[in-house]
Design a protein around this ligand. Sequence first.
Ligand SMILES: Cc1cc2nc3c(=O)[nH]c(=O)nc-3n(C[C@H](O)[C@H](O)[C@H](O)COP(=O)(O)O)c2cc1C
Length: 203
Amino acid sequence: MEFKELVIKARTCRRFSQEGEIPLDVLTELVDTARLTPSARNAQIVRYAVIQDKALRAKMEDVFVLGGALPPDQKPRKGADSPTGYIVLLAPQEITLFGTMDIGIAAQTIQLAATEKGYAACMVGSFKKDAVADILQKEGVSFFDEETGAKLIPYLLLLLGKPGQERELTEVKEDGKTLYYHDERGYNMVPKRSLDSVLVLKK
Ligand SMILES: Cc1cc2nc3c(=O)[nH]c(=O)nc-3n(C[C@H](O)[C@H](O)[C@H](O)COP(=O)(O)O)c2cc1C
């Protein structure tokens, strides 16, 4: 797949198919790719928790609500649309702006790599961080980073699985709205600004 085609295909997915799960070794491989990404001062502050176990997934379902922009009847349904895997991105509690960039780079790399393998992802920033920390702690995850001495917290959640909905790019219309919506086909439509409106200099 040509790279731009992959970027276009790697749309946020909030509904996952229950026919076929994302295997644990694929989730692990995604982290193995993410750990190779650029990082400010090469500090590599991001830590990853991979979840595929069914009982743990059931617990994770209660820590987030998706699709704030969608009306109730279009929101993903628990169970029928649930992700089949999760990657939690953890980093030190005290980080600079560069640190948050590192997390974003890792997350987008995972989303692209998952798409290339035929899976889909949703980055979730809006989730119950304490509840996730609690779930991980019960699994024996330490929130004390041995190498840096830092206290880790969950920053971003990645939902993963086989896509269970169509997603498509569209242009931002004259009304200027950028919020995603479902069209009459049920596709998740994602308006992107035109090249002209984002390119501030071309010399
Ligand atoms: C840092 C970050 C946090 C996000 N958090 C959420 C979230 O909490 N809930 C959600 O439904 N989508 C979340 N998203 C997905 C965005 O809503 C999505 O990227 C946006 O609608 C554009 O769609 P696209 O990814 O298909 O281009 C997040 C995306 C990013 C980059």
